[in-house]
Design a protein. Structure first.
Length: 135
């Protein structure tokens, strides 16, 4: 679906924004960019993917960065695989790491795990959307 035919704020638009954040989390890291900044985009990709799914399910959701809250809302309608449930650990990347001195530094190993989880959440939601389109 071309971007100009997507209705702003619809589930597909949220998923498009999630994909943008996911792609940003994979950029080649310049020396001046912190792993924390890339992890923030990974968290945002997962959060926006889950919010897209909630909209798709016609569920309201609060203004939150807490992925556990979003997963609990989704669990009312869908069985959440364990690997998706693991995304709750990404919530700290939305707030805590954005302020200097309030966290332990993130390394490449932690970053790699964050983007692995975020990518899986995005793919899971995309698969649900694709199944609906085919039926």
């Amino acid at each position: 679906m071309p971007h100009d035919s997507i209705v702003p704020g619809c589930p597909e638009d949220w998923l498009r924004h999630a994909k943008s954040d996911l792609d940003l989390s994979f950029v080649d890291k310049p020396d001046s960019v912190l792993w924390e900044s890339l992890c923030f985009h990974a968290q945002q990709a997962a959060e926006k993917s889950l919010k897209a799914l909630l909209l798709f399910l016609n569920r309201e959701f609060p203004r939150t960065h807490n992925i556990r809250t979003l997963l609990d809302l989704i669990a009312r309608d869908l069985n959440i695989p364990d690997e998706i449930d693991d995304a709750a650990i990404l919530s700290d990347y939305a707030v805590t790491i954005r302020y200097p001195g309030e966290y332990n530094a993130i390394d490449e190993i932690e970053y790699t795990e964050a983007i692995r989880i975020a990518k899986r959440v995005y793919q899971w939601v995309e698969e649900i959307f694709d199944k609906q389109r085919r039926s």
